[in-house]
Ligand binder design. Structure first.
Ligand SMILES: Nc1nc2c(ncn2[C@@H]2O[C@H](COP(=O)(O)OP(=O)(O)O)[C@@H](O)[C@H]2O)c(=O)[nH]1
Ligand SMILES: [Mg+2]
Length: 353
């Protein structure tokens, strides 16, 4: 139940406010007129109306959850959470005030790497009757989880010139391989004009790898050493629909590298940045990498190696907490087939199966 006071010059206006903010179903609990507390000289100021209204909290659990998550951010490891971690999952669920039919789902989520805090928040928002069948309860949880996963799906092209998309992330996560898969999808399946650009001059051999893919698909591959180079390349490829940019994955501690990338991208125009993370990495690396690349401006997150992943909770934690929309998933080493458009349904089945 949410209770709120509304003040206006007249009853109709106050009621209007109530409806706007709390909806048609709001309950009016009390109404009173308030005399303004003004000096004698202006005593004839009209009095105001105050309405106290209430509403049941059954609306949008999604919005409420999103709001909560945004407020909370990353909670540090304090004494309370240390002790909490020592409890059994059942103990945790009880401590969190979850219903008996939710304990199983809670345990399942936590075992699959979902952040405990996040799992308990989701369960609290979906809390049904305690005598309800756990399967029904689970379905409600799945639905809410599905709704809070941000996703944008595949790359959308521009009507007026090439779309520039850069892939950034740690070494070895699968950036170059993924670029080859995406390039094949647009160039071969969708029949679009694609160019590949490598800012991958740091690691010896890295350009070769992209070159080989380019040769197989008969796509131009260009290598940019710096800002001017990059702008020239983009200008030369104005006729393309899509320019895919590969980058070196240097140490995730290298903030300078991110600033350098930002400068290069800014000079060339609008570049959509996809952060590439592997589900086989430690979850901690997700957040440090995200921080490293935040100066560049991360627009999307792309998870690789789902075929080798053991737990998918961290993928959910990352995208939901940071509100970065998912773009693609990769599910194996084969180019071009092991690529899929990321969808919330898929995330849910990864977590629940
Ligand atoms: N199992 C699996 N391996 C992948 C996947 N994507 C890429 N790889 C492999 O990961 C390794 C590193 O890939 P690469 O594209 O060079 O990574 P980069 O350093 O980020 O460019 C290669 O052996 C790829 O074949 C995937 O979805 N699943
Ligand atoms: Mg590479």
């Amino acid at each position: 139940m949410r209770i709120k006071k509304f003040t206006a010059n007249n009853y109709a206006d106050a009621l209007e406010q109530v409806k706007r903010e709390l909806g048609e179903e709001a309950l009016i609990m009390s109404t009173r007129s308030i005399k303004p507390n003004t000096p004698l000289s202006v005593r004839n100021t009209a009095s105001k109306v105050e309405i106290t209204a209430a509403v049941e909290f059954k609306e949008s659990p999604v919005a409420a959850l999103e709001e909560d998550l945004q407020l909370e951010g990353d909670s540090g490891l304090d004494m309370k959470s240390l002790i909490f971690n020592l409890l059994s999952e059942k103990g945790q669920a009880q401590t969190l005030g979850l219903k008996s039919n939710q304990v199983e789902t809670y345990s399942h989520l936590v075992r699959n790497g979902l952040d405990e805090n996040l799992a308990s928040k989701i369960l609290k928002k979906t809390k049904g009757n305690s005598d309800e069948n756990p399967e029904k309860e689970k379905l409600r949880v799945k639905n809410l989880m599905k709704k809070v996963i941000p996703f944008e799906g595949e790359i959308t092209l521009r009507p007026d010139g090439p779309k520039l998309v850069a892939f950034v992330g740690p070494t070895g996560v699968g950036k170059t391989t993924t670029i080859a898969k995406v390039a094949a999808d647009y160039a071969i399946r969708k029949n679009k004009k694609v160019a590949l650009v490598s800012l991958d001059t740091y690691r010896l051999g890295a350009v070769d790898q992209l070159q080989i893919y380019g040769d197989i698909m008969q796509l131009p591959v260009e290598v940019a050493g710096g800002k001017q180079d990059f702008c020239d390349i983009v200008n030369r490829n104005r006729d393309k629909d899509l320019i895919l940019i590969d980058t070196t994955g240097r140490s995730h501690r290298d903030q300078d590298y991110s600033r350098q990338l930002k400068e290069i991208f800014d000079a060339a125009g609008e570049v959509e940045v996809h952060l590439v993370l592997s589900v086989t990495s430690q979850e901690k690396l997700f957040s440090t990498t995200f921080q490293q690349f935040s100066p560049v401006g991360v627009d999307r997150v792309l998870f690789t190696k789902l075929d080798e992943g053991l737990s998918f909770g961290p993928l959910f934690n990352f995208s939901v907490r940071n509100r970065v929309p998912l773009s693609y998933f990769t599910i194996g080493q084969s180019v071009p087939e092991d690529l899929e458009i990321a969808a919330p349904d898929r995330v849910i089945s990864l977590i629940f199966n």
